[in-house]
Ligand binder design. Structure first.
Ligand SMILES: [Zn+2]
Length: 300
């Protein structure tokens, strides 16, 4: 079953991969997100069978069906990589029976899985645009922040309402409800932690990037990194967003020094930081708990 689940994740990932490259291209060229896809060379509107992830590229040997010009091979690798990432996400998050036999837990489980899938999709689009044009488009990052906020808000309301409902169903539970007892309020606050923690971390990371921009006078970081920082804080929460930030700085420094030593970059030249923030975030989505446990075990 876990194999099947992983394959479903992979296929979903390749479909999202086509979406990723379309949204990345369109947000850079200023085109509408909603129109049909066209060949960039001959402008022919592509049919659905020209747009099948992986298959169309392989069947047409990477060429346009209508003008025979070559598509960039990057399109293919974006689909493969998204397939692998979402496949891995599904593999790691394979649900146990106890989760699926309980409606309340299943809803939270699937919400979490879809949420993580969307976050990875957003991060991948940003990685592509930042690599291509050193730009994190507002048209991608601002709606993502809004969707993240609405999603966290909705699932929190669902959890709190469920808590109230369960308590109100039993005689003892009723005693724990307001105004008799503050038990409900205290537990509602704990339940709301992903939302409140996310908002607090969004503010902290936003302030952090803002001060970096001020200190470096905008030479190191840009407004895009600032908005991406807010997004990371919101969706990763505490302490995962901090771990992701640390990983981003470590991997960024490592790549920066390597490029410097290899003579590919000169001192003072900047490299886009968005891809490293995205990398740190994805690693944390997959293995955040493991990294934190490992780190805490070092201190003992
Ligand atoms: Zn064409």
């Amino acid at each position: 079953m876990i194999i099947l689940f992983t394959v479903v994740g992979f296929i979903l990932g390749t479909v999202l991969g086509s979406l990723v490259k379309a949204l990345a291209d369109r947000s850079l060229s200023g085109k509408s997100f909603w129109g049909r896809s066209v060949c960039t060379k001959c402008q022919t509107t592509l049919k659905w069978y020209d747009l099948l992830p992986l298959f169309s590229f392989l069947l047409l040997k990477g060429k346009c069906r209508y003008c025979n010009k070559k598509f960039s091979i990057n399109y293919f690798w974006v689909e493969v990589l998204m397939g692998v990432l979402i496949g891995l996400l599904f593999f790691i998050s394979f649900p146990n029976k106890a989760v699926l036999s309980d409606t309340y837990k299943s809803i939270i489980y699937f919400f979490d899985l879809i949420f993580k899938t969307l976050v990875i999709t957003t991060l991948f689009i940003i990685t592509l645009t930042d690599l291509k044009k050193t730009l994190i488009p507002d048209r991608i990052i601002l709606p993502s922040i809004l969707i993240g906020l609405v999603a966290l808000f909705s699932i929190t309301i669902y959890k709190v309402v469920y808590l109230y409902y369960v308590l109100s169903q039993s005689v003892i539970g009723k005693l724990l409800l307001p105004p008799k007892n503050d038990y409900f309020f205290r537990h509602a606050l704990i339940t709301a932690e992903p939302l409140t923690g996310g908002i607090i971390m969004a503010v902290i990371l936003g302030l952090f990037f803002f001060s970096l921009i001020v200190i470096t006078r905008g030479r190191g970081m840009g407004g895009g990194d600032f908005k991406l920082g807010i997004f990371m804080g919101l969706v990763l929460g505490f302490p995962n967003s901090l771990v992701a930030l640390l990983l981003a700085f470590l991997s960024g420094a490592l790549v920066g020094i390597t490029l410097l030593l290899a003579g590919r970059k000169k001192l003072g030249q900047t490299i886009p930081f968005g891809p490293f923030l995205a990398l740190g975030s994805v690693v944390v989505i997959f293995w955040g708990d493991k990294i934190l446990n490992w780190y805490l075990s070092l201190k003992i």
